[in-house]
Design a protein around this ligand. Sequence first.
Ligand code: NDP
Length: 247
Amino acid sequence: MTENIHGKVVVITGASSGLGEATARLLSAGGAIVVMGARRLERIQALADELIAKGGQALALQTDVTRNEQVKALVDHAVQAYGRIDVMINNAGLMPHSPLDRLKVEDWDRMIDVNIKGVLYGIAAALPHMQACKSGHIINVSSVAGHKVRPGSAVYAATKHAVLALSEGLRQEVKAFDIRTTVISPGAVATELVDSITEADVAANVRKVYEIALPAESFARAVAFAISQPADMDINEILFRPTRQEI
Ligand code: NDP
């Protein structure tokens, strides 16, 4: 699984917990250089220190993905330190589910800002570097909610449908530059994501659904699968669920 991973410079947003953290660990173990962004600097710095202590190469930079200039700074930092960016993983996200009639407008705004604009800012930051060297790989994180809408998940699902649409448009546009694009749509995975739900009753229901959740390494393995393919093979979409997840 470490084939084509060793030595790659991989930028990961939302690396301070859950899927991003697990991915940083797995890719670093495979010899990748990981450049991690998130708002909780102490967490990503501790992870970078841990990966370096194990013989890896890692950097942490405080990044709020709702700030275009901070996402650009994260990617530029990687390019300055290591000469290039091979993989951009637009992973940061949140899922404050609630029925629309509760009018949680602030939650809607945050989801749109982080889940959609954050991904766009990641694309904006990475694309010029990748186009200049005519290689690279952009991995966006959608969800099963990018394929299915359920009561209480309308806004989150809308943001994750948007990530699918952006990824498909990106795929078609960057072919000429030999840039690969992958969109990964996980089902339930045990992370801190449910903690982002601000309505107690909704959170309690989602926690029941998440009793069958997969460990975060499941997502990291999907990322490693996509990255480890030879350069002429582009894994465009991966959708996975816990075996026991029905919807
Ligand atoms: P976590 O809550 O564990 O991690 C979310 C990450 O996003 C954290 O590292 C957090 O870092 C970061 N983040 C949130 N807001 C911002 C921001 N403004 N700027 C920078 N980073 C931010 O959840 P997951 O690991 O589960 O979520 C990762 C992605 O996976 C999300 O896009 C989510 O929608 C998606 N997903 C998750 C599924 C699951 O079941 N877990 C299923 C399908 C998709 P910090 O707070 O330090 O900034």
